[in-house]
Design a protein around this ligand. Structure first.
Ligand SMILES: Nc1ncnc2c1ncn2[C@@H]1O[C@H](COP(=O)(O)OP(=O)(O)OP(=O)(O)O)[C@@H](O)[C@H]1O
Ligand SMILES: [Mg+2]
Length: 206
């Protein structure tokens, strides 16, 4: 089943065309990497999918809600890890506080954050921040997870660990989109690689 479908997605900033009639689709359990030059519009594409940027024309269909892991993780500095993970669910008010706490405890275990669950983001390593950001993105039970440059602050050991985490998530049937400059990481992790070039999305032969 298609999880994301864009139909002639068109986006510009002022007079500058960024995305020109993009027809993209993804399936459950698929890992797709998107690469391309700096400033070409990769982050803009993810933001359009997540509804964080308005599109000028065309349409976006998604099968379920979307989790977004920002390039710098955007953890709240004044909240500890457990609170960071719980905050989207508390704001959405879809579960009661006890249920939210139970779900966050499971995520904390799943992403090996037990020993830092009461720490502030400033006191976490890059890998811990990233795992906290992933756990936070999962608390609202999305079908689709978007990663923007997830390896940019990770050393090679953590990049390997991230590949494993992402592959496990895809096995659980999440659709995963990864924007990355890191072609080696994309090849190790993704089922297919797309390149954004001249406002178009092209398939990359690997
Ligand atoms: N809110 C905005 N208003 C105006 N222009 C913007 C806005 N956001 C992004 N842009 C411009 O749109 C273009 C695409 O930006 P985007 O951040 O999507 O690029 P990118 O491919 O993610 O680059 P990078 O690899 O450096 O992260 C750039 O020229 C950028 O300056
Ligand atoms: Mg970007």
């Amino acid at each position: 089943m298609k999880t994301i479908e864009t139909i002639n997605l068109y986006k510009k900033f002022g007079e500058k065309e960024i995305l020109k009639n993009i027809n993209f689709s993804s399936e459950n359990g698929e890992i797709i990497a998107i690469t391309g030059k700096s400033g070409i519009g990769k982050t803009t594409f993810l933001k359009c999918l997540a509804g964080l940027e308005k599109i000028d024309s065309g349409a976006i269909k998604t099968s379920g809600s979307i989790g977004y892991i920002f390039q710098n993780f955007n953890l709240f500095p004044h909240l500890v890890v457990k609170q960071n993970i719980e905050i989207p669910a508390l704001n959405a008010k879809i579960y009661d506080k006890r249920t939210i706490s139970e779900i966050s405890e499971k995520l904390i275990k799943q992403f090996k954050l037990e020993c830092v669950q009461n720490c502030y983001p400033a006191n976490l390593s890059g890998g811990q921040k990233q795992r906290a950001a992933i756990a936070r993105a999962l608390i609202l039970n999305p079908e689709i997870i978007l990663f923007d440059e997830p390896t940019s602050s990770l050393d090679p050991e953590l990049v390997k660990e991230l590949t494993e985490i992402i592959k496990k998530l895809a096995k659980q049937n999440y659709t995963i989109l990864i924007v990355t400059h890191d072609i080696e990481f994309a090849k190790q992790t993704a089922d297919r690689i797309l390149v954004l070039e001249d406002c178009k999305m092209l398939g990359l032969l690997t």
